[in-house]
Each structure stands twice: as structure tokens, then as C-alpha cells.
Design a protein around this ligand. Structure first.
Ligand code: SAM
Length: 329
């Protein structure tokens, strides 16, 4: 009889972030090298059936939630099919998606119909020209159209993730916060982490939570808002009378490792115990060896056991070897 999946610190593993592709249609300057990451062959990437088989094997051990990410998940053909297949896994309670929104306007309805309920959209600026610069050519109007389509399709909540980088977009904190006044969007300010050697990171580039919060509070006092059970690492806050909420995700200045309940699965089938540690277990080899479910569970148990107590970003330790896009943010 399977037992619960727990790590060596007894943290339960309930959440799997699944990267469905390492390709992306943007080249955000702080995330992707300008030439992208080395292209993997089609065969290297897990098939949807393989992803679903792994999830099905682990749900009896306590996995309840998955998030699809990338690269850009919407560039992989047939993503709604994967959502539908995951939706059929009994016991899996929540399927979420993180996207840059470029292709969302066309897909929001289909994704909702397939069983997606909530969505995170990455948007680091509200200024069209700046968006083009940060993303190396992205169209901000496509993101706005994607957000509108997500809303119309009934996806909720709609979270907007903004990574703040000093000198790049830290002058827009108030503009983002103001968005929540009139619209029911949940804006999340994310601290910049040292990921991948893309040449932009320095300790000074991080905008600490304290500073962001002070800028937001110029608009009024933040009141605690109900924080969804699915949210880790950042309680929700609300400006007086606002329709949406604000959260601060602060892996550098306020790490939330002690409550980390997740593993990550890369597009090529590596199970990573921690975003910021270059260690992985080769799940693809297990899946393709014809092994039965107990071997899949053993691979997950091995990854869970290898989960470090926490990262050490605040002490200046960095993780510059692997870009975020190659892991799945
Ligand atoms: N393409 C999708 C998107 O843009 O949402 C999913 C993948 S992307 C790697 C996921 C998230 O990681 C994005 O919100 C991005 O801003 C964030 N991200 C990338 N590099 C980061 C870094 N060094 N520090 C903090 N967040 C980062």
C-alpha cells in the first residue's frame, strides 16, 4: 500500500510543477539567453502520456496539485489535451498554468473547457515599448488580450506575476498596485533570483520586499486578504476598496523553503527537488524502461529525500548554472 510522499524534513510533497517544453516565444532578458536554450530533440521531451502516467502514480501518495509551465507552455501543441488528460486523474484537485500570455487570447476558452481553472500570467511592465525591450520583441497588447480572454472564459483567480529588477521596472510598482483597485487581478511582486548566467543578476538588482511594500503603501494601508490554500510563500493583501489583491513573493529576503511542498519535472523528464539546486533524478529513464508504478514512486521518493533544507540566496549563494526556462518557472 503506498504511503505519503514526504521529504527528509517530513514536509509533505503535494505539488508538482511540470515543464511541458523548454522552448519559449519570448527572450526575456533576465530569464533566457538571447539565442534560447540548446534545442532538445522531440524524443528527449516527455510525451503527454508519460507525464500523465507519472502523475497518476503519485496522486495516491498525496500529490493534489500540478502547475504546467515551461519555457512557454502554450507553444507546445495540444496543451488543452494534456489538461483534459490530467483532469481525468482521480484525486488530482487542481491544475494551474503559468504563461507569458502571448498566445492566451486564442487558447483561454479551450483551456477552460478542458478543465483549467486558474492561471498565472507573467507581465513585468505595463509599458508597450519597455515590454518589447524586456522580452526582446513581445507584444504587450497580446498579453492584455490574453488577460481579457482568460477573464471572459471564467478562469479565476487571474494572477499577474511581475519580477522586479532595479533599473528595469522598479518604477512601476505603484502602477501595478493600482491595477488591483479597479480589476479583480491578483498582482504578485516577485524578487529577482540568480538563475542562469544571463548577465543581468547582481545583489543590487534585487528589489527587496520591504521596499516594494513601502511603495505600494503610499496608496493606502494594506489589509490582509484571504489567502487561497494553494498559495505558498506570499500572503495576500488588499488596498482599501480594491477588487484585486497584492502579494510579495520574496525568495531572497523572506525564503519560504520550510513550507516548500513541491517537486519540479523538467520537459526532458528530470525530477528536481529544488529550483535552486542542480540535482535531479532521471524520471524519463524510469518511465521508458517499462517499469511498474512502484519504480516511478521510488524515483519521486528519491527526489523528495534529496530536497535541501533550503536555499542560501540571502547569504549570497547563487544558482547561475541553469536558466529558469530550462527548469520550468
Ligand atoms: N513562459 C511562462 C511565463 O513567462 O510565465 C512560464 C515560464 S517562466 C520561466 C515562469 C516565471 O519565471 C515567469 O514569471 C518569469 O518572470 C519567472 N522568472 C524567470 N527568471 C526569473 C528569475 N531569475 N527570478 C525570478 N523569477 C524569474
Amino acid at each position: 500500500m503506498p504511503t505519503e510522499l514526504r521529504d527528509s524534513l517530513d514536509r509533505p510533497i503535494e505539488y508538482l510543477r511540470i515543464s511541458v517544453t523548454d522552448r519559449c516565444n519570448l527572450r526575456c532578458r533576465y530569464c533566457m539567453p538571447p539565442d534560447g536554450v540548446p534545442r532538445r530533440s522531440h524524443d528527449d521531451i516527455l510525451r503527454y502520456e508519460e507525464i500523465v502516467r507519472a502523475v497518476r502514480a503519485i496522486v495516491p501518495l498525496g500529490l493534489t496539485r500540478v502547475r504546467l509551465t515551461g519555457g512557454e507552455p502554450l507553444v507546445r501543441p495540444g496543451l488543452p489535451t494534456l489538461v483534459r488528460m490530467l483532469g481525468a486523474v482521480k484525486g488530482l484537485r487542481d491544475i494551474a498554468l503559468t504563461t507569458n500570455g502571448q498566445l492566451l487570447a486564442e487558447r483561454a476558452r479551450e483551456l477552460r473547457d478542458a478543465g483549467l481553472r486558474r492561471i498565472n500570467i507573467s507581465l513585468d511592465t505595463l509599458q508597450p515599448e519597455r515590454y518589447r525591450e524586456i522580452t526582446l520583441g513581445g507584444e504587450i497588447d497580446r498579453v492584455f488580450a490574453g488577460i481579457a480572454a482568460a477573464r471572459e472564459a471564467g478562469l479565476s483567480p487571474i494572477k499577474i506575476n511581475a519580477v522586479l529588477i532595479r533599473g528595469m521596472n522598479d518604477d512601476e510598482v505603484v502602477d501595478f498596485a493600482q491595477l488591483t483597485l479597479g480589476e479583480p487581478y491578483d498582482v504578485r511582486f516577485i524578487e529577482f533570483m540568480p538563475m542562469g548566467d544571463v548577465g543581468l543578476w547582481s545583489p543590487e538588482a534585487v528589489v527587496p520586499e520591504e521596499e516594494t511594500r513601502a511603495a505600494v503603501e503610499a496608496l493606502g494601508p494594506l489589509e490582509p486578504a484571504p489567502t487561497p490554500a494553494t498559495s505558498r510563500g506570499g500572503e495576500a493583501w488588499r488596498l482599501p476598496g480594491a477588487k484585486g489583491t497584492i502579494a510579495f513573493i520574496s525568495p531572497v529576503s523572506r525564503p519560504f523553503c520550510s513550507s516548500c511542498n513541491r517537486l519540479r519535472l523538467t520537459a526532458d523528464g528530470k525530477l528536481r527537488p529544488c529550483l535552486l539546486a542542480d540535482h535531479s533524478v532521471d524520471l524519463r529513464a524510469v518511465l521508458r524502461s517499462g517499469a511498474c508504478d512502484s519504480y516511478i514512486r521510488a524515483a519521486f521518493a528519491e527526489a523528495a529525500c534529496a530536497k535541501p533544507n533550503g536555499h542560501h540566496l540571502s547569504e549570497g549563494v547563487t544558482c547561475l548554472t541553469t536558466p529558469m526556462a530550462a527548469i520550468g518557472g
